[in-house]
Design a protein around this ligand. Sequence first.
Ligand code: GTP
Length: 598
Amino acid sequence: DKQKRVRNFSIIAHIDHGKSTLADRLIERTGLLTEREMQEQVLDNMDLERERGITIKLQTIRLVYKAKDGQEYILNLIDTPGHVDFNYEVSRSLAACEGALLVVDAAQGIEAQTLANVYLAVDQDLEIIPVINKIDLPSARPEEIKNEIEEVIGLDCENVPMISAKEGINIEDVLESLVQIIPAPEGDKNAPLKALIFDSYYDSYKGVIAYIRVKEGAIKPGMKIKMMATGKEFEVTEVGIQAPNQVPVDELKAGDVGYVAASIKNVRDARVGDTITDGDNPTDKPLPGYKKVVPMVYCGIYPAEGEDYNSVRDALEKLQVNDASLVFEPEASAALGFGFRCGFLGLLHMEIIQERLEREFNLSIVTTAPSVIYKVKKKDGTELEIQNPTNLPPMTEIDYMEEPIVSASIMSPTDYVGAIMELCQNRRGTFNNMEYIDQTRVVLHYDLPLNEVIYDFFDALKSKTKGYASLDYELKGYERSELVKLDVLINGEVVDAFSIIVHSEKSYERGRHIASKLKEEIPRHLFPIPIQAAIGSKIIARETVKALRKDVLAKCYGGDISRKKKLLQKQKEGKKRMRQIGNVEVPQEAFLAVLKFD
Ligand code: GTP
């Protein structure tokens, strides 16, 4: 029976512990690709991902392995994204598997995401196989890490594969463990169809391609299928396996992993986590765990040039076809003109979309400060959700406000506990507890307001711990909070794009910070420019960009002709990246600069 020789698994790891490198080795060792065909990293197939070294979109690949017992096994490797923003997608990929390889760096040991991923895998009842990677490193401590995994996670490490994915050492051990330890899939092939979508993307020829794990029944072309979350029905045009390109097959049966195409126009109709069933013979209950992911972070995205408005909208639409978690709607700003309010899963997701707009669509954009969703209870009893600070009603109409809180785990060497506590304290964190992993490492548990986390928290944490600390968090809920709206005035005018909502205790500090950053960024004009931060009508910080002296101008324009040309050219380029606010020119960089703490 074919089902007995199928193994469905994921690789989970902390970022940079070598997940993609190991995936490449497994692909190579199972002889699916010739060396020549083998791109540097097959699974990380977007340029951007490769450059940032982060796997964003998950995918699957089917490998064929002849084990030492002489049998051929089908190994379905389901890739998972490596960032907390995409935890839901990770959980769905894991739900498609029976087991997971847990890759741990032999020099770094267990980190926050290692644990977070283990918890996700345990939630799905997966068989977890630890793998110690990077044993070739001089700083590798494989025996210590082995003990760490046994003690902290409680996994048996007696026969743990100790490998170097980079050097290709002991990869066979991993393959044999997969075959021996991970159970074969179960599930009735004759029951009504039940298939889990764990990833989907839009293909311009075939429509949406949904990656699925068939849990029960079978799926084949011509069949009418129904998406259980939306109730929408489609006709299957193709099913197949990814090996490594799409290879159509007659059908996918219980236990199989593969893809399905059904002329679906938008990934929203094939959402990750949804259950596909037979339209004519539906199953009564969907698979557990479906959740519609909602954005946690919002920001305004504006074209740098007003005439690019339509291009930005087209680009966002194109990105959205492939990214069900990206949302946007038109908005207008007095300072920036017409643009879009966009919602993201988290800061990384936001940065990825911004970069893709600039790189893939060649657009020059301006973004406003990221904001979370605040809940506002008004005195008249109505409730509002605010994702754009400019929409906040006047304070006099507000009874109270609530902000989102995350529970965060920070893992770090003990040396930095003091620095981390100080940082969390500073960011309005509430300490919950501290656990010792071993003598040298701890996990600190804090509740933190999300609006503090999105404000440069991760960078601050990294710099305070020389890069050793790692962070994981999830939304805990909403809490009442003393929040105020902080406005920025340039030359007496409120610039809506700079408005933020902050905790009242932090408002002075933030106000001063923004004012001094803007002072650095705004070039001198012929007149002095006051920069003010205000809460309501109360000015809490002030800086002035001094007026340009006449003789400086004279000097600029007095040089030889080529220098002059260069200068003019530079000015022209500079001009393009300036925003006119009243009679003040504000460089686009200023909009970014105010977001960063030093
Ligand atoms: P994300 O995709 O960002 O989650 O990272 P990843 O876990 O997939 O890590 P990746 O495979 O991209 O490896 C991260 C870095 O570690 C790369 O520079 C690899 O070359 C390196 N690396 C991976 N395996 C080994 C190994 O066995 N030994 C050594 N020395 N380096 C390795």
